[in-house]
Design a protein around this ligand. Sequence first.
Ligand SMILES: NC(=O)c1ccc[n+]([C@@H]2O[C@H](COP(=O)([O-])OP(=O)(O)OC[C@H]3O[C@@H](n4cnc5c(N)ncnc54)[C@H](OP(=O)(O)O)[C@@H]3O)[C@@H](O)[C@H]2O)c1
Length: 210
Amino acid sequence: MKIGIIGSGNIGGTLGRHWAKAGHEVMFSSRNPESLQPMADAVGAQTGTVEAAADFGEVILLAVPYAKVPEVAQQVGPLEGKILIDAGNPYPQRDGEMAQRVIDDDAQTATGFVAAQFPGAQTVKAFNSVYYEVLDQKAFRAGDERIAVQICSDDPQAKQTVIQLIEAIGFAPQDIGDLDSGTIFEPNAPLYNKNLKIGEAEALLKQLNV
Ligand SMILES: NC(=O)c1ccc[n+]([C@@H]2O[C@H](COP(=O)([O-])OP(=O)(O)OC[C@H]3O[C@@H](n4cnc5c(N)ncnc54)[C@H](OP(=O)(O)O)[C@@H]3O)[C@@H](O)[C@H]2O)c1
């Protein structure tokens, strides 16, 4: 599968490297693509501008600071027909007032805000709840040893594709439901940054009775 990475830092860099190792075609992007060449070369990936990665990917991983999402959306357009993985979290300390507004808005979830910026895409929320060092160091496990990665979407087919991408790098998808259900794995919510093995994560979800 062709995967365009927008935001090739802690999260995007780590996941892109894993997917390239797992045999996917990956393009890392940056405002300075040449800075990513060593990372890309090490795993046989490509580099490009943000627009090039948006064009390249059937799946786009969006992993920029949350406040930059509207700017990226302006730059790349609606991502018609593509699957968009939103890995971001609004943090007022980092993202400022806009993040606080999103958090305070009961009518829209954090990923709902992102999805609205890319109206042509099928948005899937995933990877936002797992610390990047865990993604880096605990990949490529099997069975019960796999760490859970929470996922939700309103589009069953897009969700299935991302479930396969989670499994391809040795994590265990934990399907939480539709996009609105994703609030349970946003910052300060019960399934956020727990980094549990799949059995423990499923037990916790059951306990929460949601
Ligand atoms: N760190 C974690 O453990 C973790 C875990 C789960 C979720 N998240 C969430 O994932 C998102 C990314 O976090 P991160 O830790 O990976 O951040 P990061 O290491 O700072 O990487 C973000 C990347 O975004 C790019 N970027 C910044 N502004 C941009 C813009 N205007 N247009 C295009 N690209 C831009 C930067 O690339 P260039 O400067 O090269 O362009 C940078 O490498 C955040 O929302 C964060 O809350 C983080």
